[in-house]
Structure formats: structure tokens, C-alpha cells
Write a new protein. Structure first.
Length: 240
């Protein structure tokens, strides 16, 4: 009880709060984590073998069909209590949401200005010129082509072997460096460079709160470690 009261007092006084989320938050909505076993037609593929530039250039139709399947899965789920709790906190306090997830569930729950470190699965851009494409991709016209340069269009996510979007990383780096409180929620803490953000925030003096069902490397730096599901813990922490 004392820890909860102390945390709420810190939330009231904080001027810059960061909530950093990983796959565990989306998993509570039914989004398969990236490394979950594939199912159905995709059971013979590893995600790591499809989400690379080389895989796309080798067989863009195969990669697009896989992403079309993933888009359908994600479109069918809804934000969960963790997403809504974060959005509600953002309406009362200065909150920056940084996510490693590509599903857009934070935005659907009402959070604004979300920093998407790994892009968004529903975005599409040109592999060659990088321009965004706004027309929907039809599975009957794969692989889609860029209207500007004729290059292949690709999902707007970060693949293995690619750097994080520079603008998003700069914003995340700045938010972590100036945070009073930093909530690390539902992330394993092993995917870099994103995993460096809570460590950076802690080194800069932020009060670091770790929320996860299982131990993670960030636990050692956290002032408070809360074991459990984000959808159960965050509504209690962020309640008015």
C-alpha cells in the first residue's frame, strides 16, 4: 500500500512521464508475439526468415501474403485495459508513449503522439524511394508497385538488419533522457537498441517502474518491479 501511495504521489508531481511498451501488452489483446509459432499455412516458416530485406527481394509475393495474414489478425483484435489506462493517464498528465509494437492499438485506445520504434504494420512505403503509399494493397495485385518510381511497395515496419526510423529514435531518445518517471511495460528488455531506453532513463535520474509477468534485465535498474499482466496492473496504477 505504501509503495502504491508513493507511486501515485510521484505521478501527480511528475512533469515528464514515459510509458514504454512491448509485445506483452499487445499479447493481452490476442496479438501473437512476433516469435510465436506460426500457424496454418505459415507453420513451416520462421518469422525471422520472412521479415528481412533479402527475403522480400527474393520473394515479395510470399512476404506480402504473410503480412496480409498478420494484418487481418491484428485488425480483428481490440485494445485492452492496459492500452486504455495509458490513454487515460495521457489525458491527465504529460505522457509520452513509446512502443515497440506495430499494431496501432495505442492510437485506437486514444493515445496521441505515439512513438512507433518499429513502424506500423498498416503503413506501406516504397522499398526503393521510401515514399509512403496511401492506397490500400490488394492481395489480387501482389507485389504492389510505387506510383512515383515503380519500385516495390513494402510494409512500413522495421525488418531484421534494418535501423530504426531516425526521427522516431531521436524523439524516443530525448523523451527517455528527460523523463521523471519511466514505465517499462510488457517488454523482454532484450531487443536493442530499444532495450537501452529504460537504462538510459534510469541513468538520467528517472524513477523506473518495471511491469511484466516474468523477470527481465531491466529489473536490476528499476526502483519498483511489479509482477503481473499490464491489463491488470496499469488500470490500478493510473486510476484517477
Amino acid at each position: 500500500m505504501q509503495a502504491a501511495d508513493d507511486l501515485r504521489a510521484r505521478l501527480r508531481d511528475a512533469r515528464r512521464i514515459v510509458v514504454f511498451t512491448g509485445a506483452g501488452v499487445s499479447a493481452e489483446s490476442g496479438v501473437p508475439t512476433f516469435r510465436d509459432a506460426q500457424t496454418g499455412l505459415w507453420s513451416r516458416f520462421r518469422a525471422e526468415d520472412l521479415a528481412t530485406p533479402d527475403a522480400f527481394l527474393r520473394d515479395p509475393v510470399l512476404v506480402w501474403k504473410w503480412y496480409a495474414w498478420r494484418r487481418q489478425l491484428i485488425a480483428a483484435v481490440q485494445p485492452n485495459p492496459a492500452h486504455f489506462a495509458i490513454a487515460e493517464l495521457g489525458r491527465r498528465a504529460p505522457v509520452t508513449v513509446i512502443t515497440q509494437n506495430v499494431d496501432g492499438l495505442h492510437q485506437r485506445a486514444g493515445s496521441g503522439g505515439v512513438i512507433e520504434l518499429h513502424g506500423n504494420i498498416f503503413d506501406t512505403r516504397c522499398f526503393d524511394c521510401g515514399r509512403p503509399a496511401h492506397e490500400p494493397v490488394s492481395e489480387n495485385e501482389l507485389p504492389p508497385q510505387c506510383a512515383h518510381c515503380g519500385g516495390l511497395l513494402r510494409p512500413g515496419v522495421v525488418w531484421f538488419g534494418e535501423s530504426l526510423p531516425e526521427a522516431a529514435w531521436r524523439r524516443a531518445d530525448d523523451a527517455a533522457s528527460h523523463a521523471d518517471m519511466f514505465f517499462c511495460v510488457g517488454t523482454s528488455g532484450v531487443v536493442y537498441p530499444a532495450a537501452s531506453l529504460p537504462l538510459q532513463a534510469g541513468a538520467a535520474g528517472a524513477y523506473l517502474v518495471q511491469v511484466n509477468p516474468e523477470p527481465t534485465p531491466a529489473d536490476r535498474q528499476a526502483q519498483l518491479v511489479l509482477r503481473g499482466k499490464a491489463g491488470e496492473i496499469l488500470p490500478l496504477l493510473f486510476a484517477p
